[in-house]
Design a protein around this ligand. Structure first.
Ligand code: OOG
Ligand code: NI
Length: 465
């Protein structure tokens, strides 16, 4: 930072999240209801649970917290949006291939832009799940459609030169002056506003027959916020309250079941937005009003980040739930089966989750006497009370839930031809597209844990083995 950067990256990011929320609330009014109900749920949760309620994040952070989802159509657009987010201190983390996470037609690969530093996350954790259309994937698009997609997307400008220059300046300086900040926020927010320009009807529906995700990205003149998701401390309570208000939610809460043990990873649910009016330009040249239904409201509850070992276990449990439903309990819901599987397989307390190396925690001085200098295991230190544990919150996404979100957006199955070869995207290839190395989320959590262990070893003059 320097003297001209009076508005910090964290302040810019917090304000950006607020402005997008205003924009989205004006476009999708049910979102405002969702935010109101989320606030009520969080306040009630705090009054029921007291100090414990803030174990996974302060009430201020949780109330301000949300994630957005956007979709872009090309490598150029993705690299530009990365610059826009970079000016807010948001960097690409994680690679998600939703083409394979879904049986339906979801032709995108994704990453999430978010702060990576613990202190920055604590100041404001705003994140945006960002998907790029894999327009060159032959399973979805024939050569002719690919070419037209390239032309159509290549001809539009989502992010202007002035916006990109301000973003780069903010990234370089670690913030902006008051007047630059104002302009940057205006331009950045406006680039995610729903466009009123008429949509080419035949082109839109040509893509829609392939995938309604493709038409939402490559069939319209601009990008827009697909959803903005508040965080709640009790998603089951939220689900009940929204249903009581007559808002029709999707069938279930995705991710881990509600149970008596620690919350891990991410639980999400959503409602379909109402039809939205859009203008379509038809083949006869006339512009007529039509309706689209592509946006919706999503809400989430965040839990503890899992280690590689914990995540492998989680993935095995998810597969086991699928197997039991297929082979043994076809009349049970996924959540009912998951509850059984969870109880059989996961420790029901934070200490064991930490000590069995399943969940990520940081380690700090506990309230019992410090040990003498020497070598100790974490178990010895934690069980004696010399060391206390603190959960690290999962800041990322789940491919299966994300695919579920995309799917609940689809108007039909779309079409895909699995005889064709897909384009082989992975974290390295997408990093090249963006021009910035995508961080591995697990490595970020592991570094945070290790830093706390290093600090303890120093402070107590011990070695942890
Ligand atoms: C993104 C879907 C993924 C989530 O919360 O998992 C997502 C999209 O629909 O564009 O937002
Ligand atoms: Ni989402």
């Amino acid at each position: 930072a320097n003297a001209v950067a009076t508005v910090s990256l964290a302040q810019l990011r917090a304000e950006f999240a607020i402005r997008l929320a205003k924009l989205y609330g004006a476009e999708v009014p049910a979102y405002n209801t969702l935010v109101d109900v989320s606030k009520d749920v969080n306040e009630d949760f705090i009054s029921r649970h007291g100090a414990d309620a803030e174990r996974l994040g302060s009430i201020d952070r949780v109330t301000a917290e949300r994630h957005g989802a956007i979709r872009v159509g090309s490598a150029t657009e993705l690299s530009q949006v990365a610059r826009v987010f970079g000016g807010f201190g948001m960097y690409p983390v994680g690679f998600y291939d939703l083409r394979d996470a879904s049986k339906s037609s979801v032709p995108v690969v994704s990453t999430a832009f978010r702060p990576t530093d613990r202190d920055e996350l604590a100041k404001n954790p705003f994140r945006v799940f960002t998907s790029m259309l894999a327009h060159d994937d032959r399973r979805f698009f024939d050569a002719e459609t690919e070419k037209r997609l390239e032309e159509f997307v290549g001809a539009r400008e989502l992010f202007g030169e002035e916006l990109l220059a301000l973003a780069d300046k903010s990234a370089a300086q670690g913030g902006l002056s008051e007047s630059d900040a104002e302009r940057y926020l205006d331009l950045a927010t406006a680039s995610f506003e729903l466009s009123e320009e008429p949509i080419d009807h035949d082109w839109y529906y040509h893509l829609e027959a392939i995938s309604s995700v493709a038409s939402d990205i490559g069939g319209v003149p601009a990008t827009h916020i697909n959803h903005l998701t508040p965080r709640v401390l009790d998603i089951d309570d939220l689900y009940r309250r929204m249903s009581e208000r007559g808002i029709e939610m999707i069938d279930e809460i995705q991710g881990p079941p509600d149970w008596e043990g620690p919350d891990v990873l991410l639980r999400q649910t959503s409602f379909r937005a109402l039809d939205e009016k859009r203008l379509f330009r038809h083949a006869d040249g006339e512009v007529r009003e039509g309706q689209l239904r592509v946006r919706f409201g999503e809400v989430e509850q965040r839990g503890i980040a899992l280690t590689t070992k914990g995540r492998d276990l989680y993935d095995r449990l998810v597969a086991e739930v699928d197997r039991r439903r297929r082979e043994e309990q076809p009349e049970w819901t996924r959540v009912e089966v998951a509850l059984d599987v969870w109880r059989e397989s996961l420790p029901d307390n934070e200490t064991e989750l930490a000590l069995q190396d399943l969940g990520f925690f940081t380690f700090h001085r506990g309230d019992q006497a410090a040990p003498e200098a020497g070598e100790y295991t974490l178990r010895e230190l934690v069980e004696s009370g010399a060391v206390a544990i603190e959960p690290i919150v999962y800041e990322d996404f789940l491919p299966r839930s994300a695919a579920g979100i995309f799917q609940s957006n689809l108007t039909g199955e779309g079409s895909r031809d699995d005889e064709q070869l897909g384009t082989p995207y992975d974290i390295e290839r997408l990093s090249e597209v963006i021009g910035v190395q995508i961080a591995d989320p697990t490595a970020l959590y592991a570094a945070q844990r290790q830093a706390s262990i290093d600090e303890l070893e120093q402070a107590l003059n011990i070695r942890i083995i």
